[in-house]
Design a binder for this molecule. Structure first.
Ligand code: NAD
Ligand code: MG
Length: 353
């Protein structure tokens, strides 16, 4: 079992990583809560909700299951969960447990942040991607006009990461989370890059995953501790996301997983770094690895203009100038303005390669 402490100006917390630890969640609680609401989704609920329930030593435990998928991060589901919390009689000494991937972490976290002006919540992440979403304290739901537009900074009191739950993840979801780990490896010179790219996703062991998760979480935690509210270095975590988000939006959400789209964005960030900064980067190594591991490359030469327009809507855009996170080398990120006409040329030749 590993323990990583994350400092936060709002509230510091521990991330506990281990195999089968979901069965002993009560050992990690340092308060006696009046009631506990477990919020989960329709896939995860049937696999793990009972284990969490049985791992708590408590009378008033309630379970709410929402539909699996991004569409549950909406205002109606959010409101319904508040209604349930009121009906179950949750008070300010109650706890919410978010059991699931990033969707549940964001949704249940935002319910916890707003219910009676904020009650404690614990993240029990069950996807590889959630190593990213469960660390850093951002919680949100979507607005019809855009993703994560309604939310806040609200750290959990604890993150309990049971690596055993990752065994049931579909391969597409493993690919998704692993791409964010590769991103973290690119932002740090910790040696994680070599470790990650020497693996094949079909043959990865739980022990390896545990090690990678720990390293990835440490890198992310280090960055968010320096810049909790994203005014500086936290922007680096957006590496690969300028194009990644554009691809996701252009294809329609759900065609690629978030991480699959980010993987293409990471490759593009390497390419633009070579062009703009004359950086020497392992672009071919990444390209080959992604191919071997069946990451889809869904970018089309006749969507370049649409993608550029979408990239302009990135939150890093200032005065209509597109900013990307680029790399001088692995472990040395910078933010960099890329002129629109150059970006268009880069994207065209990137897609044709
Ligand atoms: P997700 O929560 O939708 O999970 C992906 C799919 O896997 C779902 O169908 C889910 O039911 C299923 N699943 C989850 N755990 C499983 C398990 N152990 N076994 C079998 N199936 C399982 O998606 P995600 O990729 O984990 O998270 C994406 C969300 O995270 C997005 O909404 C994104 O905005 C958010 N996010 C937030 C932050 C943040 O800082 N708050 C960071 C990154 C991403
Ligand atoms: Mg991401």
């Amino acid at each position: 079992m590993k323990n990583i402490h994350v400092r936060s100006t709002i509230q510091s917390y521990d991330i506990v990583i281990g195999n089968h630890i979901r069965h002993h969640i009560k050992d990690q609680l340092d308060k006696n809560y009046s009631s506990i609401l477990i919020i989960t989704d329709s896939n995860v609920g049937k696999l793990y909700a009972q284990d969490i329930h049985d791992g708590l030593n408590q009378k008033n435990i309630f379970i709410e299951i929402v539909d699996a998928g991004e569409q549950s991060k909406n205002i109606e589901t959010f409101y319904n969960l508040h209604t349930k919390a009121i009906e179950y009689g949750l008070d300010r000494q109650s706890l919410i447990i978010a059991l699931g991937g990033g969707v549940i972490g964001d949704l249940a976290g935002f319910v916890a942040a707003t219910y009676m002006r904020g009650i404690d919540f614990i993240q029990v992440p069950t996807t590889l991607l959630a190593h990213d979403s469960s660390v850093g304290g951002k919680v949100a739901i979507n607005h019809d006009k855009g993703k994560n537009l309604i939310g806040s900074f609200y750290p959990p009191v604890l993150v309990l990461y049971d690596t055993d739950t990752l065994q049931t993840l579909p391969p597409k979801e493993i690919r998704s989370g692993y791409a964010e780990l590769i991103k973290e490896a690119m932002l740090s010179d910790s040696g994680l890059w070599n470790k990650l790219l020497s693996q094949h996703l079909d043959r990865i062991t739980p022990a390896d995953l545990e090690q990678f998760l720990e390293m990835g979480i440490k890198i992310k935690a280090e960055i968010v501790q320096q810049d909790e509210r994203e005014s500086g270095v936290r922007k680096f975590l957006n590496l690969g996301h300028t194009l990644g988000h554009a691809i996701e939006a252009d294809l329609g959400y759900g065609v690629l997983t978030h991480g699959e789209a980010v993987a293409i964005g990471l490759l593009f960030a390497f390419y633009v770094s070579e062009q703009e900064l004359q950086a020497v980067l392992p672009i071919q190594e990444l390209r080959d690895w992604l191919k071997r591991n069946e990451y889809p490359f869904l970018v089309n030469t006749d969507r370049i203009d649409e993608l550029i327009d979408l990239m302009k809507r990135d939150k890093k855009t200032e005065h209509n100038q597109i900013q990307m996170v680029l790399l001088n080398k692995i472990g040395d990120p910078v933010t960099h303005i890329v002129e629109e006409n150059k970006l268009k040329n880069y994207l065209t030749s990137f897609v044709e390669r």
